[in-house]
Design a protein around this ligand. Structure first.
Ligand code: NAD
Ligand code: DAU
Length: 358
């Protein structure tokens, strides 16, 4: 019998998934990580630069909707744990093209659940090793808050975008597999992440990149929508705590009590970059690039997480303040401008062919 806990990480070449894979490989050498990723536009092998395949790590290029590939992998690798990140994640893309969100986020999650059910719950299966299916979800399933209040785990779902509706559907499916079949599942609903390796379509890296190029910084609506920001490594550590100490059938809200208006975040990035690398060539501060543009359709006004459960029951608390996290993030982007450039010019999509020759 194998002696390592085998963790299937889906979407491990994306932003949060790659930070999570690195955390497991650095801190949990007793776990073997299988990274399954389709390498969509959001997947980037360079997010895992320096990590090589071996006893503790294997990369599999596949689609989570491909039932045969997933089931074969469950059998071949004797998967004990699934940490499911793979998704279409960008709200604006879900508004302009929802179909892929329904396919990956709902059908893909269903396909993984079925593979887990068939492999973990069938008659005669060795159940001496603990199993866990952890679904990584979002606070957006709860909809939009007014000026007061917080999302708790019992807040009713009220998703407003095709993205959040697809994530809410997948949360419901995961929960249904617990109640119906007794599949050992856990769900996490996290607020907005930021940090290294975030694709430059999301607010913080987009503002970084545009401001480096002297391009306008588009702020939707009046810029007063509020997001509750969490440094990505804190999110990854919270997921490990849920894996280690969480209870099956439960969901855990993850957030850092760090609400900011979008305009505050954009202005702060401009000010930090002005300080770190000087003003624009024109002699103007970067904030002069801020441009208020047409609002996102159905733009949720405010998100705010109540993290009491994960703090009190699992002892997790974020370690990184927004002030230090944003500095670290901008330093990382300044030091890794080649990483951004390869995305902007599209060459990052050749990395798989270059590494694996197919
Ligand atoms: P991302 O878009 O950066 O990465 C998604 C990854 O999934 C990519 O590597 C992509 O190639 C892969 N993928 C997409 N479709 C696939 C498919 N059909 N089969 C296999 N792989 C596929 O996303 P992210 O921001 O890292 O988010 C990861 C997860 O965390 C998502 O489920 C998202 O809903 C959730 N989440 C994100 C945030 C956030 O702020 N980014 C906050 C809370 C929850
Ligand atoms: O809350 C968790 C969610 O956070 C995750 O589930 C999603 O996967 C993730 O993409 C993120 O969703 P948001 O829509 O909040 O993130 P985004 O970076 O797209 O936008 C953050 C805020 O900034 C939002 O209010 C919209 C606004 N915005 C965004 C962009 C890209 C702008 O004002 N201008 C922009 O150009």
């Amino acid at each position: 019998m194998k002696n390592k806990r085998t963790v299937l990480v889906t979407g491990g070449c994306g932003f949060i998934g790659s930070n999570f894979v690195r955390l497991l490989l650095d801190d949990y050498p007793e776990w073997r990580v299988i990274n399954l990723d389709k390498l969509t536009y959001a997947g980037n092998l360079r997010n895992l630069k320096g990590i090589t395949e071996g006893e503790n790590y294997r990369m599999v290029k596949a689609d989570i909707c491909d039932a045969e590939a997933i089931e074969n992998l469950f059998i071949e690798e004797e998967i004990d744990t699934v940490v499911h990140f793979a998704a279409e994640s960008h709200v604006d893309r879900s508004i302009s093209g929802p179909a892929e969100f329904i396919q990956t986020n709902i059908i893909g999650t269903f396909t993984l659940l079925e593979a887990a059910r068939k492999n973990w719950l069938a008659e005669g299966v060795d159940d001496s090793r603990e199993k866990c299916f952890l679904h990584v979800s979002t606070d957006e399933v709860y909809g939009s808050l007014g000026e007061t209040g917080f999302f708790t785990e019992s807040t009713a779902f009220d998703p407003r975008s095709p993205y959040s509706a697809s994530k809410a559907s997948s949360d419901h499916l995961v929960s249904a597999y617990f109640h119906t079949y007794g599949l050992p599942v856990r769900i996490t609903n996290c607020s907005n992440n930021y940090g290294p390796y975030q694709f430059p379509e999301k607010l913080i890296p987009l503002v970084f990149n545009n401001s480096m190029l002297g391009k306008e910084l588009p702020v939707y609506g009046d810029g007063k929508n509020i997001r509750d920001w969490l440094y990505v490594e804190d999110h990854c550590e919270a997921i490990v705590e849920v894996l280690k100490k969480g209870e099956n059938g439960k969901s855990y809200n993850i957030g850092g009590n760090n609400e900011k208006q979008n305009i505050e975040v954009v202005t702060l990035i401009c000010d930090i970059l002005d300080r770190k690398i000087g003003l624009l060539e024109s002699g103007e501060p970067r904030s002069s690039l801020i441009t208020f543009v047409k609002d996102r359709l159905g733009h949720d006004r405010r998100y705010a997480i109540d993290p009491t459960r994960i703090r009190d029951e699992l002892g997790w608390e974020p370690k990184v303040t927004f002030e230090s996290g944003i500095e670290k993030t901008l330093d990382w982007y300044l030091e890794n401008q080649d990483w951004v450039k390869a995305i902007v010019d599209g060459s990052y999509q050749n990395y798989y062919q270059e590494m694996y020759g197919k």
